[in-house]
Write a protein that binds this ligand. Structure first.
Ligand SMILES: Cc1ncc(COP(=O)(O)O)c(C=O)c1O
Length: 412
């Protein structure tokens, strides 16, 4: 494991210049850090088509197009994510419709579109795939089954998805009959067993246990005459947001997986999101004022939990750094947003004592599950998104206008 690499290329001067033009709060992504994130995976895995970036982590079209230039695949969990990925210029044959709960129409759409793979995780999805496959004229649609391996991932409870009590996937005992039903259908071809254990894992151990569950199923299916061609291991690698821990390395995961699968001819697919996008993003916010709260100083900023919700949702403590001025003393402050909720925080216990009203703060490592989770609560337009590369920077999503806030509504 390597120690944390801070995203030094998004330097304070550049960020300050961007928000002088674009205002705050603004998300800024560094394309070179996105590139580095993908390359780490390609070096570890080899074939880029076995890496399917989880679109939900950051689906800005500019980001998707940059990632697509590396030849990787994409995992979309909804028809909306699939449409965005297609809009970014990615061919349908490079997209997986992932194993998250979906309506029957979404499954049918995935089957009809000729995606690389459609992962099914409930009985109504299996029935929808079989029905849609029946009316296909070309080759059968490749489908997979998501397994709920009953493994605790050690992540935040809201982000654990492979536990026995999770809502996702089929229990191992349900797999043989479900696979057999798919194998007997004319328009679909079952190829893949999948899991996704959770997001933000800080050890590889859960993967080992879950792979063993899948291997048991591969054997059981083989003894009934069915061949599994591929395992899809989902995403999950965590990022040490606070700046002091370590990031899990794709190469270490791949080594463990290869050891586990030695002697089999199974292909392996990975669906990383956070580990590719998180470190590429910074949210720049301006301090509105400073307030003493029962002796605890707080900075109230113009960026709030509706712009960046990871502290409020998961207690995630991201690095928060001043863009201007110097830090004085070691006293810590809370960093708050302006909404009418006391839980509206960007972070706590930050050594930002010298920061004054009007100063800019950089919330780091927000490239994954940042803007995509933003909302318009309090009727606030969502922030602009900027992409920086060697050529300079460009707006890849304009800040919303006030009119955007009521588009489609009517007073009649
Ligand atoms: C099915 C699936 N695959 C991949 C991912 C990506 O996970 P991560 O961003 O932790 O790598 C998710 C995230 O929730 C998911 O649900």
């Amino acid at each position: 494991m390597l120690t944390v690499r801070p995203d030094t290329s998004l330097d304070p001067e550049l960020l300050a210049a961007i928000v002088r033009e674009q205002g705050t709060p603004t998300y800024v992504y560094d394309a070179r850090i996105l590139d580095a994130g993908v390359r780490r995976w390609i070096e570890a895995v080899g074939d880029p088509s076995h890496i399917c970036y989880a679109v939900k982590a950051n689906y800005n079209l500019g980001v998707l197009a940059r990632l697509a230039s590396h030849g990787i695949g994409f995992e979309a969990s909804t028809v909306g994510e699939m449409a965005r990925t297609l809009a970014a210029g990615v061919q349908a044959g490079r997209i997986v419709l992932g194993g998250v709960p979906k309506p029957a129409e979404a499954v049918a759409e995935g089957v009809r579109r000729g995606l690389d793979l459609v992962v099914l995780q409930a009985q109504h999805e299996v029935e929808a795939a079989v029905r849609a496959g029946d009316s296909l004229e070309g080759p059968p649609a490749r489908v997979g089954l998501r397994v709920r391996p009953g493994i605790r991932a050690g992540a935040h409870p809201s982000l654990e998805t492979g536990r026995a009590d999770a809502k996702f996937g089929f229990g191992p005992a349900e797999i043989p009959a479900t696979w057999a039903a798919l194998a007997g259908a004319k328009g679909v071809e079952p190829t893949t067993l999948a899991f996704h254990l959770g997001s933000g894992l800080d050890s590889f151990e859960p993967y080992e246990g879950a792979i063993d569950v899948l291997l048991g199923l591969v054997q059981e299916l083989a003894s009934a005459g069915h061949r599994v061609r591929e395992l899809d291991l989902g995403g999950g690698l965590g990022v040490a947001y606070g700046g002091t821990g370590t990031d899990l390395e794709p190469a270490d995961l791949v080594r463990i997986v290869r050891e586990r699968l030695e002697g089999t001819d199974l292909a392996v697919r990975y669906e990383p999101g956070r580990s590719i996008a998180a470190r590429a993003g910074t949210l720049v916010t301006r301090v509105l004022y400073r307030r003493e709260r029962d002796g605890h100083p707080a900075l109230v900023c113009d960026g709030e939990f509706t712009d960046f919700g990871r502290y409020s949702l998961y207690g995630a403590q991201h690095r928060i750094e001043p863009l201007e001025g110097t830090l004085e003393g070691s006293d810590t402050v809370e960093v708050l947003g302006p909404t009418c909720e006391s839980g509206d925080k960007l972070g706590t216990d930050r050594p930002l004592h010298g920061v004054r009203p009007g100063d800019l703060l950089a919330v780091r490592d927000v490239g994954a599950y940042g803007f995509v989770m933003a909302s318009n609560y309090n009727a606030r337009p969502r922030p602009a998104e900027i992409l920086v590369d060697d050529e300079g920077w460009k707006v890849v999503r304009e800040r919303e206008t006030l009119e955007d806030l009521w588009r489609g509504e009517t007073v009649d």
